[in-house]
Design a protein around this ligand. Structure first.
Ligand SMILES: NC(=O)c1ccc[n+]([C@@H]2O[C@H](COP(=O)([O-])OP(=O)(O)OC[C@H]3O[C@@H](n4cnc5c(N)ncnc54)[C@H](O)[C@@H]3O)[C@@H](O)[C@H]2O)c1
Ligand SMILES: O=C(O)[C@H](O)COP(=O)(O)O
Length: 409
């Protein structure tokens, strides 16, 4: 086998939260076998210790990668979120350290949309309460409070990849779909975008939340917003636990203002399956509680494993940052017979002119050059002839503002 610049056996992957075996298979197939695999997330102190030697870290939604954790990540090249949400990662701390973050924006979206459809049907029929009663030996055969989905108004908050798929599935069952989003969307089918959250909440029989965790969505659904909901309506949250004020929801269930709820995500979630789940919602039979499993299907997890592992290996092998959520995106072709230099630098004036002068002073010819910047950093990739590789790397490392630099061949 042709030798390469990367001794892959020395590239350490730390995979947490039981990411799917497909990720390991994909990494192995790409030659990466130095993998530490854990089924759980880690506490901040444990992470600080473990991340010191890792070149790549793979997490799901529970692991908090904050500035303090990044500060101890001496060798870290990239982070893979084997999920959609990236709110658990301090993306700016990663960026200024020259660490691209990747995720899987599509692979579990269908699973979430399907779960919500199931929850709508169950809640409209009062099944959670009847199921709980039957388990206690009670026989509640009656139609009171049971409804079909056909003709009901579904209000979707956040019409992105999940919200829009839910819209299509719901319409195919005869529901009327309304949506609220901060940006103007192309509604699919006959869905109608409304101008305010209040209008949506006052109009619809079912409200389903599909927004990301941001400063604007924190406690977006509190006592006031719940008070806008129709008597006997339903609230579903499979987005992030911070979006709904749980005490306000518990209060509305207590008062029977809404007929039921389905909550998959919580402000505080147990760190592992061995920890107790604590929530004021546990006492309500008409509230379906699920342990953050909206995206947890075999299909979704397998696809996520493949997708994110491939993004990490592409970055390691080829330098491509395409589809990174925090980094300037550079899509790179292969570079046969050439050496590729990857230089991540602070986006300050003069870096490129320094690089160009150093290269021209040393007779280094650049065969191809790719550059992308954002307001904080620049990422420049240069393909050069093999014989200049050592000197070029040396010179690049001396450039003021250099954050990270490596060579690939
Ligand atoms: N329960 C689970 O297991 C699970 C699985 C996957 C995703 N999620 C969560 O679902 C979220 C949505 O996923 P997605 O793939 O549809 O994301 P997306 O980025 O495709 O869509 C999010 C939509 O929300 C809109 N939005 C953002 N802020 C808003 C605001 N303040 N008000 C109204 N709309 C707003 C955006 O404009 C966008 O259209 C993810 O961010 C993730 O946190 C949960
Ligand atoms: O962001 C996501 O994709 C979901 O919240 C799923 O997270 P999980 O991988 O921790 O189940």
């Amino acid at each position: 086998m042709k030798p390469t610049s990367l001794d892959k056996s020395k590239i350490r992957f730390l995979l947490l939260e039981g990411v799917h075996q497909s990720a390991i298979d994909s990494l192995n197939a790409a030659g990466y076998t130095n993998i530490e695999y854990l089924k759980t997330s880690l506490s901040e102190d444990e992470l600080i210790e473990k991340i010191k030697d890792a070149h790549f870290v793979g997490i799901r939604s529970r692991t908090q990668l904050n500035e303090k954790v990044f500060a101890s990540a001496r060798k870290l090249l990239a982070v893979g979120c084997f999920c959609i949400g990236t709110n658990q990662v301090d993306l700016n701390a990663a960026l200024v350290k020259g660490v691209p973050v990747f995720n899987a924006p599509y692979s579990n979206t269908r699973s979430v949309a399907e779960l919500v459809i199931g929850q709508i049907i169950l809640l409209l029929r009062g099944i959670p309460q009847k199921n709980a009663a039957a388990h206690r030996g009670e026989w509640q055969k009656h139609a009171k409070g049971s409804f079909e989905t056909r003709g009901k108004k579904l209000g979707i908050v956040g019409y992105g990849n999940i919200g829009s798929q839910l819209s299509v599935l719901a319409e195919s069952m005869g529901m009327k779909v309304y949506l609220y989003d901060i940006i103007t969307k192309l509604p699919l089918g006959n869905a109608i975008q409304v101008g305010s959250l209040k209008e949506l909440m006052e109009t619809c029989d079912i409200i389903s939340l599909h927004v990301p965790e941001t400063a604007q969505t924190a406690n977006m659904i509190g006592a006031t917003e719940i008070s806008w909901m129709k008597q006997g309506s339903i609230l579903i949250n499979a987005s992030r636990g911070t979006v709904v004020d749980i005490d306000a929801l518990a209060d509305s269930l207590e008062r029977n203002q809404i007929a039921g709820a389905a909550i998959d995500v919580f402000p505080v979630e147990p760190r592992s399956n061995d920890d107790e789940f604590i929530s004021p919602l546990r006492k309500y039979d008409n509230c379906i509680l699920t342990p953050h499993i909206g995206g947890s299907t075999m299909e979704a997890q397998e696809n996520i494993g493949l997708e994110v592992a491939e993004k990490l290996t592409r970055y390691c092998d080829n330098g491509s940052t395409q589809a990174s959520v925090n980094f300037p995106e550079v899509a790179l072709p292969s570079h046969p017979n050439m050496h590729r230099l990857l230089h991540i630098h602070e986006n300050v004036p003069g870096v490129l002119s320094q690089i160009n002068s150093l290269f021209s002073d040393n007779g280094i010819n650049i065969r191809s050059q790719y550059l992308q910047t954002n307001d904080k950093i620049g990422y420049v990739v240069m393909d050069i002839d093999e014989e200049h590789s050592d000197i070029a790397l040396d010179k690049l490392n001396s450039v003021d503002g250099t954050i990270k630099c490596r060579v690939l061949w």
